[in-house]
Design a protein around this ligand. Structure first.
Ligand SMILES: NC(=O)c1ccc[n+]([C@@H]2O[C@H](COP(=O)([O-])OP(=O)(O)OC[C@H]3O[C@@H](n4cnc5c(N)ncnc54)[C@H](OP(=O)(O)O)[C@@H]3O)[C@@H](O)[C@H]2O)c1
Length: 306
């Protein structure tokens, strides 16, 4: 079968190659992959992982063969799934507890946007629950995680200020009370802040968190460090900085229900992933656009099954 393979020394970061068919373990289903998405974090993995490594975490497709232990969706079920790697292939072996069935009206392309970005949006927001009526600040709001977080927070009743890098970046955002270009323009205080830019943005977030509020730091897109001291919290007593990793933030058995929740939100129309859709043969040209902040929402790739 065909799969995308890491080629750090090549002219493109990944290349389509013939690879052996997957051999699922007893608790893994065999999935025919229809679509997948690319995350900012994966751009870095292309550089640090060896030649021949098989990328791919966010996938959607149809179950060809249920897990041999009888767990998870049956053959024929349309699913969204989170794999450890090797998902960008015509077929993939996927742990049965890391997939969820898709409502009939959810397209494979929409579903592929959900695993890493959707779980991150959903789970970072839980640090501020219940959100009804609370003021929430979301940095990187035009990006993959950010635009989903804005919509989920709005669905939960939060009053959202979204930070974007320019006027065109906020054009597709739905559900924010205010969209501002740069965190310096955000009027606080906020009960919950989702911070992924790092550097000066994190320092500005501390200046805008309310007493006993929470700043969830889940990325450092700028690559810049932040200098902080106890005195920065003088006007924000007992505020908390919470680090976050989507993969370990909740128990393994929570993956399937959380993926199902995200898929159901798409099905009911309250979560609409913003997509740039391409064939998987075009991944190499989209990577630099994602790196340079020219993709609004998620970059999603269709696998043209041969
Ligand atoms: N901890 C976890 O579990 C976890 C999970 C997923 C993602 N992440 C991290 O969370 C961040 C967001 O992920 P994502 O997939 O949403 O990425 P993305 O789609 O590339 O979105 C990132 C957004 O951040 C904004 N940004 C602000 N300052 C930036 C800078 N200096 N460089 C680059 N972007 C900047 C950009 O929007 P504007 O151009 O509009 O400002 C961009 O749209 C990344 O750092 C990623 O590595 C962490």
């Amino acid at each position: 079968m065909l799969a995308l393979v890491n080629t750090p020394a090549g002219s493109a970061p990944v290349e389509l190659r013939d690879v052996p068919e997957p051999r699922p373990a007893a608790d893994e289903a065999l999935v025919e992959v229809h679509a997948f998405s690319l995350n900012r974090g994966e751009l870095r993995l292309f550089q640090i992982r060896p030649e021949g490594w098989r990328p791919g975490q966010d996938i959607s497709g149809a179950v060809l063969q249920q897990a041999a232990d009888g767990s998870g969706p049956k053959a024929g079920t349309r699913v969204v799934a989170l794999t450890d790697n090797a998902g960008w292939a015509e077929r993939a072996a996927v742990p049965a507890h890391r997939m969820a069935a898709l409502p009939d009206n959810v397209r494979f392309e929409e579903a592929a946007a959900l695993p890493v970005a959707g779980l991150t949006a959903l789970r970072t927001l839980r640090h501020g629950a219940p959100l009804l009526g609370k003021r929430v600040l979301i940095t990187g709001a035009a990006g993959g995680v950010g635009h989903l977080a804005v919509q989920i927070a709005a669905r939960s009743g939060a009053r959202i200020t979204a930070i974007v890098g320019g006027p065109e970046r906020g054009r597709h955002l739905r559900g924010a009370e205010a969209i501002v270009e740069g965190i310096d323009q955000a009027q606080g205080p906020f009960a919950l802040i989702l911070e992924s830019a790092g550097g000066a943005s994190l320092a500005a977030a501390i200046a805008r968190v309310e007493a006993k509020g929470t700043i969830v730091i889940f990325g450092n897109s700028s690559g810049e460090p932040t200098s902080i001291s106890f005195r920065d919290f003088a006007e924000h007593p007992n505020a908390r900085i919470q680090s976050f990793s989507y993969f370990t933030s909740e128990a393994e058995e929570r993956f399937a229900p959380d993926l199902a929740l995200l898929a159901s939100l798409v099905g009911e129309g309250s979560l609409k992933p913003i997509l740039v859709e391409r064939s998987w043969r075009n991944l190499a040209e989209i990577g630099p656009q994602l790196r340079d902040r020219r993709i609004a929402g998620k970059a999603v790739f269709r696998i043209d099954q041969t």
